[in-house]
Ligand binder design. Structure first.
Ligand SMILES: *[C@@H]1O[C@H](CO)[C@@H](O)[C@H](O)[C@H]1NC(C)=O
Length: 227
């Protein structure tokens, strides 16, 4: 610092002070992780993590669906019955990238929160019902457990992002209530397996949508482009 002039040192101090003030101001919003002394988690980092997480969840959901399909659904004709009967079907969600691009990012963030929240309850029950299955299939169970946990983490991350970008969005946005537990517990094996199949199919579909929306939102909010 020997060559640093007084003016430079002054502006350095100002920068540090500003940084500190921004951090303090930000601490009232959930920007910094609890207890962190400085603002290490920027909006960009939060988005990076959310996109990695949603991709991971979609990968796990696809693999879980494939395993279930191979093991339980062969020759039962489930796929033809599974079209458009997800508990989240009542939520308006853009079908593809073009449709998603038409939607203001505030509304797209709402969609993401609603869909993620709508999966809390069914994921919780999915884990307990798979656990209770005869000869509970380990690879399916471990994925269900992991997805439930990561979905909650992703929701927390998205709530932090929304807190920064649109603090006006309500904590208790509506979500779609799942009433599918009795169907996962039906005595009729064929009907019960179809209920599992359908739920896993919906999870794969919704996790794919979330993954796409988040990539798009990251581009629009962080890079101000459609990528
Ligand atoms: C999930 O990720 C693994 C590791 O990257 C990859 O090998 C696998 O093909 C992926 N599965 C699906 C269904 O995309």
């Amino acid at each position: 610092m020997e060559n640093t002039s007084g003016a430079q040192r002054g502006s350095l101090l100002l920068l540090l002070l500003l940084n500190f003030l921004l951090c303090k101001g930000a601490a009232s919003l959930p920007i910094c992780p609890n207890g962190a002394a400085n603002c290490q988690v920027s909006l960009r980092d939060l988005f990076e993590r959310a996109v990695i997480l949603s991709h991971y969840i979609h990968n796990l959901s696809s693999e879980m669906f494939n395993e279930f399909d191979k093991r339980y659904a062969q020759g039962r004709g489930f796929i033809t019955k599974a079209i458009n009967s997800c508990h989240t079907s009542s939520l308006p969600t853009p079908e593809d990238k073009e449709q998603a691009q038409q939607i203001h990012h505030e509304d797209l963030l709402r969609v993401v929160l609603r869909v993620l929240r709508s999966w809390n309850t069914p994921l919780y029950h999915l884990v307990s019902e798979v656990r209770g299955m005869q000869e509970a299939p380990d690879t399916i169970l471990s994925k269900a457990v992991e997805i439930e946990e990561q979905n909650r983490r992703l929701l927390e991350g998205m709530e932090k992002i929304v807190g920064q970008v649109h603090p006006g969005i309500k904590e208790n946005e509506i979500y779609s209530v799942w009433s599918g537990l009795p169907s996962l517990q039906m005595a009729d094996e064929d009907a019960r397996l179809f209920a599992f199949y359908n739920l896993l199919h919906c999870l794969r579909r919704d996790s794919h949508k979330i993954d796409n929306y988040l990539k798009l939102l990251k581009c629009r909010i962080i890079y101000d482009s459609n990528c």
